[in-house]
Design a protein around this ligand. Structure first.
Ligand SMILES: Nc1ncnc2c1ncn2[C@@H]1O[C@H](COP(=O)(O)OP(=O)(O)OP(=O)(O)O)[C@@H](O)[C@H]1O
Length: 297
């Protein structure tokens, strides 16, 4: 459905995106995570056709997105900052959307506004940050998008509204088969709703996987060795980090297998317990590994 093929984007002198390749299946929810300044918003702006890429291509349904109004009709885009015409009333913005998007449904907007309850008489300048985000979500759900691209959609929302937004999003995918691309720093949320995730670091995709496979392959092991853990372990390819606290050694591994378990036993492991990691743990370990670029023991 969405094909991002080897894209590169430079802003000023900075190479912000480097050779990014991602494929997103129709009807799936894809999460993009990364540190501040990693390149998430820039990638999203290439995906929505706001930025022209320098190299590579961004396609939806096999058609280039940039300067393609037919494709842009299918895309809902909720930006991290919503700068609508400040002096317009919400009802005027709705009129604008009706003209701009063929499939905009006022009924859908009304149904959503039964949940969020924002007066259409209000001017944009009188809305709070969270209310502007709610408005942007309602408008973009109402265009009946085939692809919904969300940049930090729950930032600035209170816990109750956040829960409502997540429910609407999940229903949207289930009922209409919408494809969702979402960037967020709320990793618990991403872990709960996404089918697949990518980690972007310094403009490069460092890791792509399904949430299920990622959680199956990256594990924390709690190991009791007969004697002290051997330094050699940290040189193994699968080992991301080794940390000893008292007699217990904690080892973060990727591609955990029975063969690795046997190798650890060979090195004197008497007891090995697998601990599942959350996406947040995995993200922190992956960033720390990159920063330290060495494995501690
Ligand atoms: N218009 C711009 N002019 C100059 N540099 C820019 C511009 N937009 C982005 N950058 C730079 O590109 C890099 C990536 O920025 P981007 O906004 O894509 O990051 P991000 O991952 O969305 O960050 P955050 O999580 O903080 O929102 C940063 O180093 C940023 O300074």
């Amino acid at each position: 459905m969405i094909q991002i093929q080897n894209i590169t984007k430079k802003i000023g002198n900075k190479m912000v995106l480097k050779d990014i390749e991602l494929n997103i299946e129709k009807g799936s929810i894809f999460g993009l995570i990364g540190e501040n300044g990693a390149g998430k918003t820039t990638l999203i702006k290439c995906l929505t056709g706001i930025y022209k890429v320098d190299v590579g291509s961004v396609k939806i349904d096999d058609e280039e997105v940039f300067e393609n109004n037919k494709i842009k009709q299918k895309i809902g885009y909720v930006a991290d900052q919503n700068n609508y015409f400040t002096y317009f009333k919400i009802e005027e913005i709705i009129e604008f959307y009706k003209r701009a998007y063929d499939k905009f449904s006022v009924e859908r907007f009304e149904r959503l506004n039964d949940i969020f309850k924002i007066s259409k008489e209000k001017k944009i300048k009188d809305l709070s940050k969270g209310m502007k985000m709610q408005l942007s979500l309602m408008l973009n759900f109402s265009i009946n998008p085939e692809v919904l691209i969300l940049d930090e959609p729950t930032s600035g929302l209170d816990a109750v509204v956040k829960k409502k937004v997540i429910k609407i999003l999940i229903d949207e995918v289930a009922d209409n088969g919408t494809t969702v691309f979402i960037s967020s720093h709320h990793l618990e949320e991403i872990e709960r709703i996404c089918d697949n995730i990518a980690i972007i670091e310094n403009g490069e995709i460092k890791y792509v996987n399904s949430i299920e496979n990622m959680k199956d392959s990256i594990k924390k092991l709690q190991v009791l060795f007969e004697e002290k853990a051997q330094d050699e372990i940290k040189t193994w390819d699968e080992v991301l980090c080794v940390e000893s606290i008292g007699r217990i050694t904690y080892i973060i591994v990727k591609d955990y297998s029975e063969e690795l378990q046997l190798r650890l036993k060979d090195k004197g492991a008497k007891f090995i317990e697998e601990i599942n990691l959350s996406l947040e743990d995995i993200f922190i370990y992956s960033v720390e590994e990159e920063l330290e670029n060495e494995k501690c023991i």
